[in-house]
Design a protein around this ligand. Structure first.
Ligand SMILES: Cc1cc2nc3c(=O)[nH]c(=O)nc-3n(C[C@H](O)[C@H](O)[C@H](O)COP(=O)(O)OP(=O)(O)OC[C@H]3O[C@@H](n4cnc5c(N)ncnc54)[C@H](O)[C@@H]3O)c2cc1C
Length: 306
């Protein structure tokens, strides 16, 4: 039996990590940040939960190190979030542990862990094997959460840490009110749109379909027509909607890396040799300025909104 230490900042992430390693053996959970308030709900997975009421990464790392020393797990696991990558890479460096990110389909043996992960900007799947002890960070939303069976317990952790970074202020990040990771339908816009005002065509389509708006990197990072939480791809959000409609997006590998888990991809592009068509289930070779108004009109007629 292999002991697993799950590190989570939300109940959902704890459930996914416990689901991925449900066959491994014993598990304990370090619940930090938002998850501290959800410690009782996490304990319902039938595990011992160490509750840490802090989201200061130096403190969370000190708690992780303490639990690693005390519990001596063979696997430290979590969902691949920015904060988890931060603390886990510190632990990997300190104890010289192998560490992976974006893993799924995990299989645990007596002295190894095997998993799949995307390679070459998610255009290939690599199967890798690491010796234990190891750190495994999971690709978000690719694993079914564990079943809740009750019978767990909660213990409060008190840890002090000398901060290496002094927080001098906090400012809300500008957000567009989207949550692309949860979206079922995404209408995504690229540089095929010539002006910011033209995005209203995409917004109108999105409203009709009940979709959220995504975008390629230049739209958020360079042109700043949309906030960064709309940005899809390798350096943006990884999405998994039922329907992803890419409009005026060329299909660069870095964009494709964020959309490969979409169930259906529809591409609208005026260049029939655009890379996006290689990844699309349905392709429309058309000028978006001619096609979108017609599509919107037809949808409105069908929905009785004309
Ligand atoms: C390290 C790194 C990380 C990156 N991360 C990301 C990332 O996370 N996400 C991301 O998206 N990119 C990322 N990029 C950038 C990526 O390489 C591309 O530059 C970017 O995706 C291109 O955006 P685009 O498709 O909107 O623009 P373009 O490549 O300029 O494509 C515009 C498309 O619109 C079509 N078009 C033009 N006019 C019309 C029209 N009237 N009607 C219909 N179609 C039209 C064109 O045929 C073209 O295919 C990254 C790059 C690097 C180096």
């Amino acid at each position: 039996m292999v002991k697993v230490l799950v590190v989570a900042s939300s109940e959902r992430d704890a459930g996914e990590a416990l689901g991925a390693f449900s066959s491994a053996g014993d598990a304990v959970v370090l619940a930090y940040g938002k998850a501290a308030a959800q410690a009782d709900a996490i304990a319902e997975y039938g595990v011992k939960v160490y509750k840490l009421d802090s989201d200061v990464m130096d403190v969370v790392f000190a708690a992780l190190k303490k639990l690693y020393d005390d519990e001596k797990p063979s696997i430290v696991a979590g969902v691949s979030t920015k904060n988890n990558r931060d603390i886990m890479s510190r632990l990997a460096g300190l104890y010289d542990l192998p560490m992976t990110t974006e893993a799924y389909d995990v299989e645990v043996g007596e002295d190894y862990v095997r998993y799949k992960r995307g390679a070459l900007s998610a255009r290939a799947i690599a199967t890798e094997k690491a010796p234990l002890p190891a750190i495994v960070l999971l690709a978000p939303r690719k694993t079914k959460p564990a079943e809740k069976k009750g019978g767990g317990s909660v213990e409060e952790l008190k840890v002090e840490a000398e901060p290496t970074v002094k927080v001098v202020g906090r400012q809300e990040k500008v957000k567009g009110g989207v949550n692309l990771e949860e979206a079922e339908i995404i209408v995504s816009v690229g540089r095929g749109f010539k002006k910011k005002e033209d995005l209203k065509l995409a917004f109108e389509l999105a409203e009709l379909l009940g979709a959220q708006i995504g975008c390629s990197r230049p739209i958020a990072a360079d042109l700043k027509w949309l906030s960064e939480d709309h940005w899809v791809g390798l350096s943006g959000k990884k999405v998994a909607p039922k329907l992803y409609i890419a409009i005026g997006i060329s299909g660069a590998p870095q964009h494709i890396a964020g959309i490969t888990d979409s169930k259906i991809i529809v591409a609208i592009n005026k260049d029939k040799s655009a890379q996006i068509f290689k990844h699309a289930d349905y392709g429309v070779v058309a000028d978006l300025y001619q096609f979108l108004p017609v599509l919107i009109k037809k949808l409105k007629e069908r929905m009785g909104k004309a």
